[in-house]
Design a protein around this ligand. Structure first.
Ligand code: NAD
Length: 479
């Protein structure tokens, strides 16, 4: 019998209405655990607990808040190898990637522990004599956090830590596919000294627990990361009841490679950004836009490099690329490989279903060339180890292609030209711009997010997180 991991509601561990089995995508015989699945009534109980806890928490000691977040961050960092192993086991990214992500979650909690005591307002001169004006930030209330499977510890951390730091209470609903890391954070939080109800974990289906959070008038704000279609549905419902909402969604991120690029740098940046973490990153570079003079050398060098990568069980030393997360994502990847071939792109390498010693969802990294930016493989987020090369005649055309997308999360360029790098930073229509570094892989202390169809609402992370997790008050006082 697999261990049952319960929900955490009002300071108690409670079984769900049902439970779901969490399997290792590198080895489908390996059951990570059974995870509670809340029904609508349990989700409602979590929201009610968070509501009850809000008045005391939002006005309580900020030193206590800072201490708790610091303690959580320190424990995550101390246990990063163990938590990273859990992450790799349930999600399939390689062990170094899993451990790196766990460390990042710890750093995020420590960052927001510091932010608790750095919260400041403004005192402004009034246009009226004898009147003082103060501008301060206040917490919002109960925040519903809905997270995806692909960063199962970092994304819950970068929503939970600021929500609590700024004095809100939380109901967190992690992804059904990889709830184990969020459960581990909840377990650490449960021993960190939080009053009951300040943090609640309600695992369960998006259509049940997610919908309950989205529709409940007691949930003041919703922070969502996931796919475009789910995000749009959530936004429509949240806005209709005037809840504050923040959405981080998909990407179709361009990496421009110019003739003057250093070829080894271009290959490393492209391969790292497109294929690591099995390409299952919202910031993955899935469109490689390459100018004519370097195009053929670049395609050949990327194909060579891909042939040296080891696709295998995420927990094995030496694995470069782990499995796809599950059978249905693998089907989507395979379907897009057929779509790309049907559209006339040339499959240079990869795209093969691989068998390994353990039964998992292994796919060799796929590179298309001769792709056009109008093709579906260049317009739709695949979310797998698949990238396409689009030929451009020069920088101007490459920039135009880069911006010709409904998304705008991350955009990169590989060049030795200061002029083109500077122009690209200014004109790329994306929330994050990368010069000679991969489109994926960001720091934890600066804003994260995009524009156009990729994001909606204020940025996440760093000090900019305050914009979503607080509301501004302007106070006038006549002496
Ligand atoms: P998803 O949209 O299927 O699910 C995300 C979360 O929403 C899950 O917890 C799910 O249970 C929940 N959900 C599903 N239906 C719901 C509903 N009707 N109401 C409320 N909640 C509901 O996304 P996923 O497959 O878990 O994650 C992959 C997607 O996430 C990709 O599109 C990727 O680009 C995106 N992503 C974006 C970012 C970013 O910051 N931009 C980061 C990571 C992942």
């Amino acid at each position: 019998m697999a261990e049952l991991f319960r929900n955490f509601i009002a300071g108690e561990w409670v079984a769900g209405a049902t439970a779901s089995v969490n399997r290792n995508p590198s080895d489908t015989a390996d059951v990570v655990g059974e995870y509670a699945q809340a029904d609508a009534a349990q989700a409602k109980a979590a929201i009610a607990a968070a509501k009850r806890a809000f008045p005391a928490w939002s006005t309580g000691s900020i030193q206590e808040r800072a201490n708790i977040l610091e303690k959580v961050g320190a424990e995550i960092l101390a246990r990063k190898d163990e938590l990273g192993t859990l992450l790799s086991r349930e999600e399939g990214k390689t062990l170094p990637e899993g451990i790196g992500e766990a460390a990042r979650a710890g750093q995020i909690f420590r960052f927001f522990a510091g932010e608790v005591v750095r919260m400041a307002g403004e005192k402004v001169a009034s246009v009226r004599p004898g009147v003082d004006v103060e501008v301060t930030r206040e917490p919002l209330g109960v925040i519903g956090l809905i997270t995806p499977w692909n960063f199962p510890i970092a994304i819950p951390a970068w929503k939970i830590a600021p929500a609590l730091a700024y004095g809100n209470t939380v109901v967190c609903k992690p992804a059904d596919l990889a709830p184990g890391c969020a459960w581990a954070i909840a377990e650490i939080l449960s021993r960190a000294g939080l009053p009951p109800g300040v943090f609640n974990l309600a695992m369960g289906r998006g259509s049940v627990v997610g919908e309950a959070l989205v529709n409940d008038p007691d949930v003041t704000a919703l922070s969502f990361t996931g796919s475009v279609s789910t995000g749009r549905g959530i936004a429509a419902k949240a806005i209709a009841r005037m809840a504050k909402v923040q959405l981080e969604m998909g990407g179709k991120n361009p990496l421009v490679v110019l003739d003057d690029a250093d070829l080894p740098t271009a290959v490393n940046v492209a391969v790292q950004g497109s294929y690591y973490s099995t390409g299952q990153r919202c910031t993955a570079s899935s469109r490689l836009i390459v100018t004519a003079g370097i195009h053929d050398r670049f395609v050949a060098a990327v194909a060579d490099k891909l042939s040296t990568l080891r696709v295998d069980n995420a927990l094995l030393t030496g694995t470069d690329i782990g499995p796809v997360v599950d059978a249905s994502q693998l089907d989507i990847d395979l379907k897009y490989l057929e779509i790309g071939k049907g559209e006339g792109a040339r499959l240079v390498t990869g795209g093969e279903r691989l068998q390994r010693a353990t039964d998992g969802y292994y796919l060799s990294p796929a590179l298309f060339s001769e792709a056009g930016n109008a093709m579906r493989i260049a317009r739709e987020e695949i979310f797998g180890p698949v990238a396409c090369v689009i030929r451009a005649k020069d920088y101007d055309e490459a920039l135009a292609i880069a911006n010709d997308t409904e998304f705008g999360l991350s955009a990169g360029i590989v060049t030795t030209s200061l002029k083109h790098a500077t122009h690209f930073k200014r004109h790329a229509q994306a929330g994050m711009v990368m010069v000679n570094v991969p489109t994926a892989g960001v720091d934890y202390h600066v804003p994260f997010g995009g524009r156009k169809g990729s994001s909606y609402g204020p940025r996440e992370q760093g000090r900019y997180a305050a914009e979503f997790f607080t509301t501004v008050k302007t106070a006038y006082t006549a002496a």
